[in-house]
Write a protein that binds this ligand. Structure first.
Ligand code: ATP
Ligand code: MG
Length: 426
């Protein structure tokens, strides 16, 4: 601005000449913003998918290897990476052209000032010194302008990043608008089928109906599909066939946050996040007060050992901190369930040796944590099945028996055989 005033003071015609650069700049910025917004957005998404693919491939390495999916995964990583590279190159080309056009604007302005100077000196309306000063002023003017315009580029990148973040933050809102947030406790699955690898179904036509507050045990041999059913009911995977209703509402209409509020899954792979124990618990309920945390720990029988830790509940646990036993990690998972307080719980716990102290502790903890909830429990120990309201037997992805423990034992079928084997080895 001052420079423009300076130019005007030297001679108003210098200022007019300098202003010739403005329309080119304005047009350049408008052109750039129009192209950059969609391109940067696409680039963010592409980088996201590529990183997600890497996480999937690396995180699921054992599955990838077990199912000989390595080639396919390498292809996917390659494909997503090259898409990202293409977009990055497009962005570089866009920026180069952006700065190229800004330079053109500077060229036009500077030429106009020089020509004006030439004409004015020729007409004796200005001295050579004045014309030189005008050209230098103009040149100086352009550095800050270019810096300011380059900020437009940073702003575009930042805006694309922000849009992604906001997109994630507002994700649950869209499918849930108008959908009731409070979900009842019933679970209903009809005609469930699932294939992890197309053409290899691991579940076929599974029907489940669990009344609110009922506790159903799922039993079956390893590989029968218990974990798969658990994950489908908890909304972790989407079934390839059939539907799941929670509290009378279709799972895929619920949206992620309502699903999370309705059902919790405790898996075989319990993870203790490295950090303070109370922070780990607060993952389930961010605003929980210390008395609430202690009550939850107490309910699952973990308060005594938690208090005995070097710094009580603020002790750093997990990797690099105080190592917890498998039983303790499971108790923490159950305490998180208590804090989250969903009406429906799905348990697919780690196998603890039958009859061991750990198994007994966990069974009591699970009973306490599940009280008042609808529960689907994958029973790795048949005592869990015996104490459930109903037992469902899964074999090779199908429900083969269903009834109370006593009914199934009396029926003398698959469950009765399992129970007999279990009882004698105990
Ligand atoms: N991520 C996956 N990708 C491909 N196949 C899978 C995957 N997870 C499980 N399977 C296959 O699906 C079938 C059912 O597995 P699932 O884990 O549901 O059994 P399970 O009854 O929970 O067994 P376990 O008692 O050993 O936990 C198995 O044949 C298994 O190999
Ligand atoms: Mg399993």
């Amino acid at each position: 601005m001052l420079t423009l005033v300076g130019l005007a003071l030297l001679d108003w015609r210098f200022m007019l000449a300098a202003l010739l650069a403005v329309p080119v700049q304005a047009h350049t910025v408008r052109w750039y913003v129009r192209h950059a917004i969609p391109l940067y957005a696409e680039q963010r998404i592409s980088v996201g998918t590529q990183q997600q693919q890497l996480l999937d491939t690396v995180g699921g390495a054992s599955t990838v290897r077990a199912f000989r999916l390595a080639d396919r995964h390498v292809d996917l990583v390659t494909e997503r990476s090259s898409a990202t590279v293409t977009l990055a190159l497009q962005a570089v080309r866009l920026i180069t052209r952006f700065f190229g056009r800004l330079n053109l604007a500077e060229y036009i302005g500077l030429s106009a000032v020089l020509v004006t100077g030439f004409v004015l000196v020729r007409a004796d309306a200005a001295s050579i010194g004045t014309a030189a000063a005008a050209a230098l002023y103009f040149h100086n003017l352009f550095n800050p302008i270019n810096i300011a315009l380059a900020l437009v580029d940073d702003a575009q990148v930042a805006a694309a990043g922000l849009a992604r973040l906001v997109g994630v933050a507002s994700l649950p809102a869209s499918p849930e608008t108008g959908a009731p947030q409070v979900v009842g406790g019933s679970v209903k699955a009809a005609g469930l089928g699932h294939s992890y690898v197309p053409g290899h179904p691991v579940l076929r036509d599974v029907d489940l109906h669990i009344e609110p507050g009922e506790r159903v045990a799922l039993v079956g041999a390893s590989g029968a599909g218990k974990t798969t059913v658990a994950k489908l009911v908890a909304g972790i995977h989407r079934p390839t066939a059939g539907t799941v209703h929670l509290g009378g509402l279709r799972l895929d209409e619920l949206g992620p946050s309502a699903t999370g509020g309705a059902v919790a899954l405790i898996t075989q792979e319990v993870h203790v996040f490295a950090g303070r124990l109370d922070d780990d618990l607060r993952l389930a309920r961010p605003g929980a007060t210390e008395p609430e945390l202690r009550a939850a720990l107490d309910r699952v029988g973990a308060l005594a050992w938690a208090d005995a830790l070097p710094n009580g509940v603020s002790t750093v646990v997990g990797e690099g901190g105080h190592e917890l036993t498998v039983t303790q990690a499971q108790q923490l998972a159950l305490a998180r369930l208590v804090l989250a307080g969903p009406p429906i719980a799905v348990l697919d716990e780690a196998t603890a040796d039958a009859g061991s102290a750990g198994a007994r502790v966990l069974e009591e903890a699970a009973t306490a944590a599940l009280a008042g909830r609808t529960a689907l429990v994958v029973a790795h120990r048949l005592t869990q099945a015996a104490s459930a309201d109903r037992v469902i037997v899964l074999e090779a992805g199908r429900v083969v028996e269903s009834g109370t423990h006593d009914e199934l034992v009396a029926a003398g079928g698959r469950y009765a055989a399992l129970w007999a084997a279990w009882s004698t080895t105990r």
